[in-house]
Every structure is written in C-alpha cells, then in structure tokens.
Design a protein around this ligand. Sequence first.
Ligand code: SAH
Length: 346
Amino acid sequence: MVDIKSLRREELYNFIEEKGEKRYRADQLFSWMHEKLKESTDEMSNIPKSLKELIGREAEFITLKTVDCQVSSRDGTRKYLFALPDGNLIESVYMEYHDWSSICISSQAGCSMGCRFCASTLGGCKRSLTASEMLEQVYRVQRDSEKRLSNVVIMGSGEPLDNYDNLLRFLDILTDEKGFNLGERHITVSTCGLVPEIRRLADEKRAITLAVSLHAPNDEVRKKLMPVAERYSMKEIMDAVRYYYDKTGRRITFEYALSEGINDSLSHAEELSGLIKGMNCHVNLIPVNPVKERKLKGSSPSATAAFKSKLEKNGINVTIRREMGRDIDGACGQLRRKHLEADLHV
Ligand code: SAH
C-alpha cells in the first residue's frame, strides 16, 4: 500500500500517470489532501469512481485518532494526544496569542536522545513518524481552528534531525503552493544539536528557522544534561550553526532551559554571552518544567530574570518563553506519559 499523503506532488504525478490516469487528477488529489484537508476519497467530489476504487486498492490515507484533547482554561492552549495507525501515541500542542497561532508537532513517538529534564525520552524512541503522520497533526488541529495556523514548530516529542528524510518530505509537502502552502519563514525546526544534519539542512538553503537546544554554556555542564553532548562538542555545534546562518541568512534561536543550581548562575550567563556574542541569534529562556520522574528543579523567577538581564547587558537578544498550558501538562511528553502510565497502571 502506498502512503499517498506522504508523496510529494511530483511523486503523486508519477503514481497517477503510472496508473494510466491524467496528470491533473494528481493535482486534484493533492489539493483535496493538503489544501482542503480531506481524509478520504468519499469527500473528494470531482474524483471519478474508478480512480477512487484504484486508490482504495493500492493506497492508504494515514489518519490520526484523537485520544484526548485538553484545553487550558487560562490561555486556550490545546494539547492533543493522537494515536498513530499502529497505536503508538504522540502529542501536539496548539497555542494562540493575539493574531499569532502555532502548532508544535512531534517528529517521533518518544525520543532516544535521553535529555535528563525531558519526559518524552523516558520510554525511549518507539519509532520515527512518516511525513503523513507529521502532516496530519497540522491538518487535524487546523480543522478544529477557525483561524489559519500561522506557525508550525517541530519541537514536540522526538529529534527531528534523527528523522531527516521524513522531515524533509514533510517540509516539502507542507510548503507546496498547491497544498497547505505554509511559508518556510513560518516554520521552526528544533534540534538537540546533531551536527552533520544541521550542516545538511543548511545546504538545503531553506528559509526555515533553526532552534538549537543548548541548555549550557560549556561542554561540562551540557554533558550533565544531555547525553548528545558526548557526541558533539559545543565548538562543533557553534561551527555548524554559523554555517547554517551563512547558508540561509536565518537568525538562529538558542533554547536554554534553566535549572536551579545546574546552569543558571550569572557566571553561566557570562560564559554563554562570550560563546554567542556577535552571532545573529536570539536566546529563548525557559525555567525547566518539573517532570515527576526527573529531579531537576526549574530556576526561580528572580534567577531567571537575573540571567536574562546579564545576557541583555552583554548585548544578546533574549526572551523568556511565554509559559502556556501549564495547567494541562504543557511540557514535552507529559500528557503522553500520563496516558502510558494509566495504561500500565504504574
Ligand atoms: N529534540 C528536539 C525537539 C524536541 S524537545 C530538541 O532537543 O530541540 C523541544 C524543546 O523542549 C527542547 O528545547 C527541549 O530541550 C525542551 N524541553 C524538554 N523537556 C523540557 C522541560 N521539562 N522543561 C523545559 N524544556 C524542556
């Protein structure tokens, strides 16, 4: 069976023409799937019955099942728990603020990176998601929203650059002008810092924002928080990030989760400033969200503010990430984890 929603438009032309059908049928199908966001051929009124039957025999439409949807009473954030066709669970989060609306999607069921503060990685990585499974998260949430989604961030569970080929396929389809047609500038890919893949993505020369989860000003501190720091040094990451900027001209975002007593002192802020000074970048601070299985504590509001002002004094662009959906297990992997635990009765 062909996963038809994962086909790039060119590939869909080939698929359709190989079946002896006219090319414009592929355009129609592509539009039904990726522009009008329909889930089955029943809803595709201008597709002839014979083609619908052929598709029914040879292709499948990947859809997700909504297992849970929690809506924050504080800020309207919606957290979705979806079941993939094979039963694996993933999360997506919808957020809005004035005119801006954004969805944070997962790229893998679980994660194998092992970051010490993160709930997504606790059960390991079950598998990577297909392009259609990533697209469906966007489409499902868009179908529930009156407003057009303005941003997509690949910052949910999983390491997107560990699922590189499917990620690229997803990006190609999502930005196709005959499909959902989201501008590359409205997409952010967040990585824990896989150096070869950052360089590979840079060579694609896309206008996509790269967010790098740094969380430390040096290798020693980073190794305490992120096993991936054993594979790639801070220097290698900084070189790759500069390369990304040279190739794409896109300002880099550094994510920095502040954990009390680990990475949140003023000397850490000073060291971080030295590391990124002069780079066209922006630092996004977030106090570590407490995860029940993890011992790390988030930094206090005063330590967070002091860290921020130290960076500012050094001329670094910095924001404290708006906390949204705190009342609904907003942090990475928490809702999924809760459901898995309920099923396992642990
Ligand atoms: N693997 C990618 C994307 C998924 S994680 C990455 O590492 O960037 C998305 C972001 O949430 C990362 O910056 C991650 O470090 C952060 N994160 C995960 N758990 C967190 C927690 N408990 N508190 C604060 N940030 C967390």
